[in-house]
Design a protein around this ligand. Sequence first.
Ligand SMILES: CC(C)(COP(=O)(O)OP(=O)(O)OC[C@H]1O[C@@H](n2cnc3c(N)ncnc32)[C@H](O)[C@@H]1OP(=O)(O)O)[C@@H](O)C(=O)NCCC(=O)NCCS
Length: 167
Amino acid sequence: MSRAPVPSGAPDCSVGPLRPEHAGEALTVQYAAYLSEGRRYRTTEIPPLVETVEELAADLRRPDVVGFAAWLGPRLVGSARLRGVGGPDPVAFVRYSVAPDVQGRGIGSALIDAAHEVLPTGTTSWLVTGVDSAENLALYRRRGYAERGREVDAAGVAVVRMERLAP
Ligand SMILES: CC(C)(COP(=O)(O)OP(=O)(O)OC[C@H]1O[C@@H](n2cnc3c(N)ncnc32)[C@H](O)[C@@H]1OP(=O)(O)O)[C@@H](O)C(=O)NCCC(=O)NCCS
């Protein structure tokens, strides 16, 4: 996958593959982005905040994982991953994050669009987000996700499972 220009919202941003060598930068952005979720749920133990750089790099070496990075020039400003690509089960959309200082300018939209583009028609993708994260729930609903149930994550936070069928 080559870096492609992002058509709207963030004209100076490009989205391309997230590779193991980007793990350090991606994790730094992920921690900064998810700190607001950690504060919201009063825990720093949510999965995106306890992942290590070794785990992130190892994730990106898995054959079923496809990572996406958003760049502003040389700066990695966001990332997201799909897990379970090419397998029989629904594909997970995880670790969706954009650096706090550049949120709200279309970079997250470019990342989610890039991830959805690689999913063949009829593929189900799923994600979880906190039950109190109203803006995330609204964002995912606008992107075609529907609530499919509730569970509790490894940090004890109640989360909503959402699913989308690729058109
Ligand atoms: C979720 C996140 C990745 C979105 O990235 P972003 O670059 O801010 O996203 P965009 O600028 O493309 O905006 C995406 C949508 O959210 C809306 N939005 C952006 N900032 C918003 C805000 N502060 N309040 C409400 N809506 C907002 C935009 O209008 C846009 O709506 P659209 O889908 O109708 O186009 C980013 O906010 C983030 O990293 N949050 C912290 C980590 C997190 O919560 N991740 C998801 C957990 S499941």
